[in-house]
Every structure is written in C-alpha cells, then in structure tokens.
Design a binder for this molecule. Structure first.
Ligand SMILES: O=C1C[C@@](O)(C(=O)O)C[C@@H](O)[C@@H]1O
Length: 152
C-alpha cells in the first residue's frame, strides 16, 4: 500500500493565526483533515506530523524514508538553514516533495534558497494550503510507479 508522510516543521502549528496575510486562515488541523479525506479516497495510508525541533524532523524523515513512504515536507524556516534535513532525505533515498504555503520566491531573499530542494523530486509553493493537496496528488503516482518497479 502506498504510504505518504506529511511532515511539518517549526511554527506550522501556528497556521491559521500566524501572519494570516501571508499564510491564510486554515489551521494545520484543517490541512490534516483535507489530506485525510484525499488519502481515504485514494486508498493511501497517511501519517501527518508536526514538530518545532530540527532533530525530530530528521527522525521523522528517516522513519518515512526507511519505511519506503513518500514525504510531503514543509520544513518551515529549516528549509533555508538545514543541511541535516537534506542529508536525511538523501541518506534514506526518500521520495520527497518540498511544499510551502507562501511563494517563498516572492519574499525575502533568505527564503529563496532551499537546502532540501536539490534532493526532492520537486517543489510546490505559493498556492496557500492547496500546496499540500497539489503535492499529495503529485507524489501518489510517483510512489505507485516506484512500488511497481521490481527491485534491482
Ligand atoms: O515557516 C515558514 C513557512 C513556509 O515554509 C511556508 O509554508 O510558506 C515558508 C518559510 O520561509 C517560513 O519560514
């Protein structure tokens, strides 16, 4: 069965109340509900997690990657600072998509660089919380393809 882990980093627990002009009014629990419904309809096993700690996010990535689950990750500010997150994705050969609620490229220059993007299959940003939905829709067929491939 295809499994997707949706991983959220620092301050995403504040979604819905944090800088609403930038991040909108939907809470992280609201995002989880939307994705749960999508996963149920698609027959996908969904794990949804949030942490404010970099090391915990590394462990979440390792768990997902080593289990062969796909990763949809909004690492928040760690996107722009963390080599450890990149190494966790690369080191577990996880199939990952980076997401952001806001269009990071239309914001401060320090948000333009991502350490993770080069080891992800793609990046989706700027569509509000629909960025998560788009990433989920993109990762499921990729995981199905990966599962169908016989091991080399
Ligand atoms: O915490 C966040 C949220 C974010 O990842 C987003 O979803 O738009 C963008 C990051 O630059 C920022 O630090």
């Amino acid at each position: 069965m295809v499994a997707v882990h949706v991983l959220n980093g620092p301050n995403l627990n504040l979604l819905g109340t944090r800088e609403p002009a930038t991040y909108g009014a939907v809470t992280l629990a609201g995002v989880e509900e939307r994705l749960k419904a999508k996963a149920l309809a698609a027959g996908v096993e969904l794990t949804f997690r949030q942490t404010n700690y970099e090391g915990e996010l590394v462990s979440f990535i390792q768990q997902a990657g080593l289990a062969g689950a796909g990763i949809v990750i909004n690492a928040g500010a760690y996107t722009h600072t963390s080599v450890a997150l990149r190494d966790a994705i690369k080191g577990t050969e996880a199939l990952a998509i980076e997401v952001h609620v806001s269009n990071v490229h239309a914001r401060e220059e320090f948000r333009h660089h991502s350490y993770m993007a080069p080891v992800c299959v793609g990046v989706i940003c700027g569509f509000g919380v629909a960025s998560y939905d788009l990433a989920f829709d993109a990762i499921v067929p990729l995981l199905q393809k990966r599962l169908a491939k016989p091991a080399a």
